[in-house]
Ligand binder design. Structure first.
Ligand code: CP3
Length: 343
């Protein structure tokens, strides 16, 4: 459990009282920072993640700049599948791309269990470095089985998830076998991150919003619940996030989340009616508004904070990740404003 009673972020995860509204940003490390572009180098992000000193520095860059209340490990949701040799790369400007997509039960053989210490030593070394440096909590993370499966099956980012939906409904046994392997990968990865000092975890089911509530409940939720359940045993708070998940928030809470991530499509007060009263919420400034003049952004920040109405179980964030064109100065001012806010 937490050795940091002074962390507003950890207090908020547990809906415990604290003074200042905590804030961090999904994709806070990344291309919007000039210092990131300077040291990131060309080529695959997998190479940057495999360099523990570089990954440590990249994780710390937004902490120095913004004064956020939590760090998020610089890694990717496809790092474990890449590490076990599934044959996946992350193409700049595109996203995760698979040479030979997952099609049949033969492909299950390409998904052996993850031995995190042996397969991803660089991730754990990065965490060791960070825990030694940071005076705020480090968030570890993994991709939820559905979202990772969508990349393995589609072979690249998709808007429709046609192949994924066809597989889940045509070959449910194969689908559930795949989901189970991906749940075990996420568990092994998250447990190793927590063992090395991550003080909270976030399960990214970024594309779960592509599913109806009943399909989510049947085809995606059980494997996410398996992951969240296993990590619940470690005692660290679990954040569960997806995009376009307004209709799924109750199920995502039920899957085993301490904190439910909310995108910008529904206000925080409305989201609160959709999850049990003991859960915290995280979100949900529209990242696309960050290109507007500061006065406009400030009013949007205030509207989000007012929608939370001073509830202790609340972490300010964007509704999705920082985009590459965002001016870092804007995020700096958002942090200042959130920290200065009193309900
Ligand atoms: O700052 C952070 O949030 C920590 C690091 C982080 C990255 N990816 C680094 C990254 C995290 C938490 C992720 C998770 C991730 N990766 C998700 C879930 C979060 C979300 O956005 O919904 C997803 C869907 C991925 C898959 C992925 N990786 C995509 C879609 C992309 C973008 C491709 C592109 O170039 O536009 C990546 C690459 C990636 N992962 C970058 C970063 C900083 C882009 C920059 C680079 O290649 O240097």
């Amino acid at each position: 459990m937490t050795a940091r009673p002074d962390s507003p972020f950890l207090a908020a995860c547990r809906s415990l009282p604290h003074d200042v509204t905590p804030v961090w940003f999904m994709r806070q490390a990344g291309r919007s920072l000039p210092e990131y572009r300077e040291i990131r180098g060309e080529g695959s992000i997998n190479d940057a993640i495999a360099d523990a000193d570089l990954a440590t520095e990249i994780t710390l860059q937004p902490i120095r700049r913004y004064g956020v209340d939590a760090a998020i490990l610089y890694s990717d949701i496809v790092t474990p599948v890449h590490a076990i040799g599934f044959g996946m790369d992350v193409v700049p400007g595109v996203g995760p791309v698979v040479e030979s997509p997952f099609r049949s039960s033969d492909d299950l053989g390409r998904l052996r269990p993850l031995d995190a210490e042996a397969d991803t030593p660089y991730v754990l070394e990065t965490i060791d470095n960070l825990v030694a440096e940071l005076d705020i909590p480090l968030i570890g993370f993994a991709g939820a089985p559905f979202t990772v499966a969508s990349y393995l099956i589609e072979g690249r980012p998709s808007r429709t998830y046609q192949n994924t939906k066809a597989m889940m409904k045509t070959h449910p046994e194969l689908w559930f076998a795949l989901m189970d392997r991906l749940a075990d990968l996420a568990i092994a990865s998250l447990e190793s991150q927590v063992a090395h000092g991550a003080e909270a975890i976030q399960l990214f089911d970024s594309w779960a919003g592509a599913l109806s509530a009943s399909d989510y409940q049947r085809y995606a939720m059980p494997s996410s619940a398996k992951v969240l359940d296993a990590i619940g045993q470690t005692g660290v708070p679990r954040i569960h996030f997806g995009v376009g998940t307004g209709e799924l928030l109750g199920l995502m809470a039920e899957a085993g989340a301490d904190v439910v991530g909310v995108d910008w499509r529904i206000p925080i007060d409305e989201a609160r009616t959709r999850v049990p009263a003991d859960r915290a919420l995280q979100g949900n400034l529209d990242p696309a508004i960050l290109g507007a003049p500061w006065e406009v952004v400030a009013a949007e920040v205030d509207a989000v904070l007012e929608s939370n109405a001073g509830h202790p179980g609340y972490i300010f964030n964007l509704g999705h990740g920082v985009t590459p064109d965002v001016d870092p100065l804007m995020l700096e001012r958002v942090v200042e404003r959130v920290h200065a806010y009193r309900s």
